[in-house]
Design a protein around this ligand. Sequence first.
Ligand SMILES: Nc1ncnc2c1ncn2[C@@H]1O[C@H](COP(=O)(O)OP(=O)(O)OP(=O)(O)O)[C@@H](O)[C@H]1O
Length: 242
Amino acid sequence: MTTAIEVKGINKQFVLRHSRSIKEAFVWLIKGRKGDLSEKFHALKGVDLDVKQGETVALLGFNGSGKSTLLKHISGVMIPDTGTVRTRGRVAGLIEVGAGFHHDLSGRDNVYLNGAILGMTEDQINERFQSIVDFAEIGDFIDTEVKFYSSGMYLRLAFSVAVHTDPEVFLVDEILAVGDEPFQKKCIAKIQELAGQGKTLVVVSHDLDLVSRICGRGVLLDHGEIIFDGPIHDAVAKMRGQ
Ligand SMILES: Nc1ncnc2c1ncn2[C@@H]1O[C@H](COP(=O)(O)OP(=O)(O)OP(=O)(O)O)[C@@H](O)[C@H]1O
């Protein structure tokens, strides 16, 4: 089977504290600038992950375990300090609601902007425009500037554009949480449809029942390390401490 996502030994550290007192900086200077003045946090520690085409994977773990950071590396919005990430085919990600949207533009203009960013041509967007608006169900608001949208409306339009790009690899972070129940159901049905078409899916969620329904594989992260990788039901049982 073809590999869709290949993550090899990635490490990511974040700077937690930039500022230091003058005294600390002075001591650091007279000691010959030894060590690092800023405090670092190791968010991903040598993570390896291989996802085959058509696999549906849930990234699970407690708050701060590194799930979103890993997903951002797969989508390419973050670059690892060391290690490599490779993806095959068109990747569409719903990582942060409204990311890639320009606040002062209308929904319509943002469909074109976001669609282009995600790799669609103008003709493809023209062709799919009505379907994008219909799926989002935001009606006349399509010509309103998106800064006046509610977070649910942002999600509707962003999700709709992303699924209409016909991605090979679809990445979804917890964002479905801001949609109302009918729209969530519609998104889940769409995600299941994509999975049924053999698309690769990586989902970050705390909703264990939901991921059990849409994913086949569960990857459990703990303090930036993968501690379990296997069938979703085993991963969920582990999360629940069973
Ligand atoms: N840009 C950043 N700068 C500093 N620290 C960050 C940054 N992004 C993430 N972190 C830290 O990295 C750790 C992992 O964050 P991440 O968002 O990946 O966790 P998560 O598993 O998705 O958590 P949650 O379930 O709360 O969404 C957290 O401790 C977070 O504070």
